[in-house]
Design a protein around this ligand. Structure first.
Ligand code: CO
Length: 170
């Protein structure tokens, strides 16, 4: 297994809609293993394919978030099939390191997709896990967590991010 490079929010691939996966082969399986390793190495709880420079419609996520034990899964061609109740909560992103904002999300979601064997999977989630699902779904559609904030708020966070980036590069 190997660690992958996570692109930051200035990379245009994060604005691309990911493409449906029709064929699950060995290279895709290896990719998802590497994504899981990369996610944990970066202390993340979810990672979408475009964050590591690919446009496959899949993400990895730790569905053990609420149980405080690791339970990483791969979800291919995911869709949110139900969502209810809105809640505000703090959110961050591995592609926007060290920047956090209060984001409104559904409190409960149902997500359907496929696992690496091509079998249909279905997850019901609430709270932080539901938030993580919605966050990763946004990535696959070319979205970032700050897209629905006011322009003023988003510009402020972008400036903060760019400043941070400069600090890291010097
Ligand atoms: Co993210």
């Amino acid at each position: 297994m190997s660690l992958l490079n996570i692109v930051n929010c200035l990379d245009p691939i994060l604005r691309k809609k990911c493409q449906r996966v029709d064929n699950i082969d060995d290279s895709l399986i290896t990719l998802t293993e590497d994504m899981i390793e990369t996610m944990y190495d970066s202390s993340g709880l979810g990672l979408a394919a475009n964050q590591i420079g690919r446009t496959s419609d899949l993400f990895v996520i730790d569905v053990g978030i609420e149980q405080e034990k690791r339970d990483p899964v791969v979800i291919i061609n995911p869709v949110i099939t139900a969502s209810e109740d809105e809640v505000m909560g703090e959110e961050g992103c591995l592609s926007i390191p060290d920047i956090f904002a209060e984001i409104k999300r559904a409190q409960h979601v149902e997500v359907k997709g496929y696992d690496l064997r091509g079998n249909e999977v279905r997850y019901e989630a609430e709270g932080f896990l539901a938030r993580a699902f919605q966050h990763e779904m946004d990535h696959l559609k070319g979205g970032l967590f700050w897209d629905n904030l006011s322009k003023a708020k988003r510009d402020m966070l972008k400036r903060k991010f760019k400043k941070k980036l400069k600090e890291l590069q010097t």
